[in-house]
Design a protein around this ligand. Structure first.
Ligand SMILES: Cc1cc2nc3c(=O)[nH]c(=O)nc-3n(C[C@H](O)[C@H](O)[C@H](O)COP(=O)(O)OP(=O)(O)OC[C@H]3O[C@@H](n4cnc5c(N)ncnc54)[C@H](O)[C@@H]3O)c2cc1C
Length: 492
């Protein structure tokens, strides 16, 4: 049975590996020049950038993915345990390291406010419980109807899920100090949401970073891309690059032909990994869409971002591998990103700086640093070279002040990547970096379905679908799709 997969992001590559392993004849068609999608690699003047993901979180979920092939992550790459997990630059003065040793974090929280160490311990215990429940009972389960949501275990857990409460409320009622609140709320950025629009049960994400730890695959996040691609190829999946799918031609409720800018294919099954909106609205004619433009207009999108890729011709002191700069205008900052009515390029953004060259010799020439700076932006914002440059200068003014270092003088390479690039490179809806947020009504059953409701042999995988955003979650999405296809079509 011939399967065409549209897009070689983590969703497409992992679906290719799973379906090829199950005996399907798989071809992946990718519009760009390389695999990885949002996890592409960019190299310039001896500096190497993982363009998207930089945090290796949820190691258990990666292990589970590779275990499906009787492999371990270590068969493909070596994981380094980062310590500190990350560094927090809080406002103008204070700098805190979040340690891989929980005891040190309890002490840090205790220094913010007496009793806060114990509160953190309890918070993380609740976070662990929900994380484990979610991984064991929800993550790998496909939700097709409300009945699936009403399963016994989920109902029993419902009071603990506190569906009525948002994360901001949940954190604020437990912690008084602004530092503790911001550190715990920032983690929701990993799921592309804000503390106001994300339900409190997603505080499970703190178990992922603060307890399970933060890792770095030696050689960069791209090593995961190569691992999944190699796995797929080892089972016979073929990858075609620089070819854009333009139409999924449907006859009698089945995709009969996949038409690209260079060729025509006649598959038995199609899996779309490209952004869901693009797959539906651009690749299908209106009568074949499960979700129309109106549906997408109502959705709450995750942020877009501006990412600055910088090559610095020396080392930059004072930074750890991961650094979070948390600004004073906390709520205004989230509003500027999540409230479409007042969305702007923020004046004083919170931002994130990654320095892979601190851990990885291959990221920069000897004695030099590779800086990756990310600040979230509202999807759909106007994006011009002038706006980007002004935003970059504001961030650098802040970074240089905090580090007391004129970094810009020694930047020998600079590339700014923002909304229009997300649209052009990935066909991202409104330039979103991460797809749909995890609001309550965009969780589980309420995310767009893995299977088209109109076209029988058409499936979707990737960050728009359940379980959602992030590299490991995207691979789980493909595990579900592959399982559904295998159940329906058997081993070809
Ligand atoms: C800046 C940034 C930072 C991130 N940081 C992290 C992190 O630290 N840790 C983490 O776990 N996750 C992180 N994420 C999220 C994670 O990268 C994504 O959730 C995940 O990579 C999404 O994978 P995907 O397969 O769903 O989509 P994509 O990666 O977008 O893959 C879709 C593919 O489809 C291709 N395509 C689109 N249209 C067509 C077409 N018409 N024809 C052919 N091909 C097409 C695209 O080019 C793309 O390659 C980050 C994302 C971004 C953008």
């Amino acid at each position: 049975m011939k399967v065409i997969i549209v897009g070689a992001g983590f969703g497409g590559m992992s679906a290719a590996a799973l379906l090829a392993r199950d005996g399907f004849d798989v071809t992946v068609i990718e519009k760009n020049e390389q695999p990885g999608g949002r996890g592409s690699v960019y190299q310039e003047d001896g500096y190497t950038f993982d363009m998207g993901p930089s945090w290796y979180l949820m190691p258990d979920v990666y292990e589970q993915f590779f275990a499906d092939f009787k492999k371990k992550p270590e068969d493909f790459f070596t994981l380094e345990n980062l310590d500190p997990l990350y560094r927090i630059f809080y406002y103008d003065k204070e700098v805190y390291d979040i340690s891989s040793d929980p005891e040190e974090n309890y002490q840090l929280f205790e220094s913010f406010e007496p009793g806060s160490g114990l509160k953190l311990q309890k918070y993380l215990e609740s976070s662990r419980e929900l994380y484990e429940f979610s991984v064991n009972e929800m993550l790998y389960k496909d939700y097709r109807s409300v009945l699936d949501l009403l399963s016994g275990k989920l109902l029993l857990k419902a009071p603990k899920l506190r569906l009525w409460e948002n994360l901001d409320h949940y954190v604020n009622k437990q912690f008084e100090s602004d530092q503790a609140r911001k550190i715990l709320e920032y983690a929701i950025g990993f799921l592309g949401g804000s503390p106001q629009n994300t339900p409190s049960f997603y505080h499970l994400v703190s178990h992922a970073d603060l307890t399970l730890g933060v890792y770095y695959p030696r050689g960069g996040m791209r090593e995961i891309v190569y691992a999944v691609r190699d796995l797929a190829e080892s089972y016979g999946a073929k990858f075609i690059y620089n070819q854009r799918v333009e139409l999924l031609e449907v006859h009698e409720n089945r995709v009969k032909r996949v038409i690209t800018d260079k060729a025509v294919y006649e598959p038995d099954l199609v899996v779309v990994n490209a952004d869901y909106h693009h797959g539906e609205v651009d690749l299908l004619t209106p009568e074949n869409r499960s979700y129309d433009e109106n549906y997408w207009e109502k959705k709450i999108l995750s942020p877009s971002a501006m990412v600055a890729y910088l090559g610095v011709n020396r080392r930059v002191e004072g930074l750890a591998h991961h650094n979070l700069f948390l600004e004073r205008d906390w709520e205004d900052g989230f509003n500027a990103v999540f409230n479409p009515e007042i969305a702007v390029w923020p004046e004083n953004p919170s931002y994130y700086v990654n320095v892979p060259s601190l851990t990885d010799d291959t990221a920069a020439p000897p004695g030099c640093d590779t800086l990756y700076i990310l600040a979230p932006l509202a999807p759909g914002l106007e994006d011009t070279p002038q706006l980007r440059e002004a935003f970059y200068q504001r961030i650098m003014d802040d970074l240089e002040t905090k580090l007391n270092d004129n970094i810009r003088d020694d930047v020998v390479f600079k590339r700014l990547f923002a909304l229009n690039d997300f649209q052009d490179r990935y066909n991202a809806y409104k330039g979103t970096a991460f797809g749909l947020t995890h609001t309550l009504d965009q969780t589980a059953l309420f995310r767009p379905a893995h299977q088209s409701q109109k076209v029988k042999n058409l499936y979707y995988t990737g960050q728009y679908t359940h379980p959602g955003i992030g590299v490991p979650m995207t691979m789980v999405s493909s595990q579900m799709v592959a399982r559904e296809i295998k159940e329906k079509y058997g081993r070809p």
